[in-house]
Design a protein around this ligand. Structure first.
Ligand SMILES: Cc1ncc(C[n+]2csc(CCOP(=O)(O)OP(=O)(O)O)c2C)c(N)n1
Ligand code: SF4
Length: 350
């Protein structure tokens, strides 16, 4: 593989409203295996940010350790980034977001990084409702350390060496829902049409937004018998809806009958349109969402799309009533109001 990327770009590449072409949103050349699902997800993040006219310097990318956690190097090279310790991305994200609320936080993790060593951090970042997009690139194995089963490997699933996993899997979307996440979505790395609007909606969501993306590992978990292989996932996908992200000012046109469309007004005035495929599912009702996940599991299917959304969720800043201003934009006297102010605070605690 060549690690040198040509700097040539076609002079007529389309530009977004900021005047940037899509290459402004790319990162360095990927060193992942050719065909890895994670690279498709990186490409989706690039496209979503390009289409949303996001200034790259307004984004902070945070990750743990794993092939998945390497991907922030492959998108948005002009954004802030912190590749943290295995499973510890949420606490780094929490510190950064509390200090600077003005950035868009992208957390990228793997199923190993999130569902085992990082489980404690994952459940608490949901409980605290930190405003961030949290993507798990879920391949059911530890890709970086050569393919051991992870905690999201399905019971009965076979790994490359032929061993059958005897343990029940952890369903991250179901868990996020149970813990009160206000945005729970699931997708497949091979479905860019679904994933781009999901990422856009997650960025606009006013609290913690979780996207569990099934992302096959072509080197260690793409064999017959694996339930996270490309073939298995393609054959077992069931979507809740098709999704359109309609930016503010753009006319909403739909050919669907009224009852089958759920519309969600997003933070920036844009609208998310969900064309429901199953009339029994209600994206605003977490019981209905939990039922939809359970029904899909019973049928051995992978439910994709936006599963649940609470557009009025309260994030950590609202709960803690923090300052509207980022700490780095405050003057020293605001950050250190002096001994008298400290004495007052201490007195309140006595
Ligand atoms: C504290 C610590 N324990 C274990 C490891 C070894 N390790 C590195 S990556 C990894 C798992 C990666 O799996 P996953 O998060 O699913 O990412 P993938 O590589 O599959 O994308 C492990 C166990 C480590 N780096 N640090
Ligand atoms: S080992 Fe698996 S997860 Fe890692 S880069 Fe290769 S295909 Fe992707």
């Amino acid at each position: 593989m060549s690690y040198i990327r040509s700097k040539f770009r076609h002079p007529e590449l389309p530009k977004n409203k900021l005047g940037y072409t899509v290459d402004h949103y790319e990162g360095s050349l990927s060193t992942l295996c050719a065909g890895c699902g994670h690279d498709s997800i990186s490409a989706t993040v690039v496209q979503a940010c390009f289409e949303m006219n996001i200034e790259p310097h307004r984004v902070a990318k945070l990750s743990g350790i794993g092939c998945s956690s390497k991907t922030p190097a492959y998108f948005l090279s002009q954004s802030h980034g912190f590749n943290s310790v295995h499973g510890r991305m949420p606490s780094v994200a929490t510190g950064a977001a509390l200090a600077n609320r003005d950035l868009i936080y992208f957390g990228v993790s793997g199923d190993g990084d999130t569902a085992s060593i990082g489980m404690g951090q994952f459940v608490h970042v949901i409980r605290r409702n930190l405003k961030m997009v949290y993507i798990v690139m879920n391949n059911g194995c530890y890709g970086l350390t050569k393919g051991q089963d992870s905690a999201t490997a399905d019971a009965g699933s076979k790994n490359k060496t032929g061993q059958v996993n005897p343990f029940e899997s952890i369903d991250l979307a179901g868990l996020a829902l149970e813990l009160g996440a206000g945005f729970v979505a699931q997708s497949f790395s091979g479905d860019k049409t679904q994933l781009v609007p999901l990422i856009k909606a997650a960025i606009q969501h006013p609290g913690f937004a979780f996207i569990n993306v099934i992302s096959p590992c072509v080197t260690f978990n793409n064999n017959v018998g694996s339930t996270k292989s490309y073939d298995y996932v393609r054959e077992h996908i069931e979507a809740t809806s098709t999704i359109d992200f309609v930016p503010e000012m753009q006319e909403i046109t739909t050919s669907y009958s009224e009852g089958s469309v759920a519309k969600v007004k997003m933070h920036d005035g844009s609208t998310l349109q969900l064309h429901k495929l199953d009339s029994s599912w209600d994206p605003f009702d977490n019981r209905s969402a939990a039922n939809a996940i359970l029904h899909a599991r019973e049928k051995g299917e992978i439910l994709t799309g936006l599963i649940y959304i609470d557009p009025k969720t309260r994030d950590l800043h609202q709960t803690l009533q923090t300052s509207d201003k980022a700490l780095n934009s405050m003057k020293e006297e605001q950050l250190c109001p002096g001994l008298d102010a400290l004495a007052e605070i201490n007195a309140e605690l006595r």
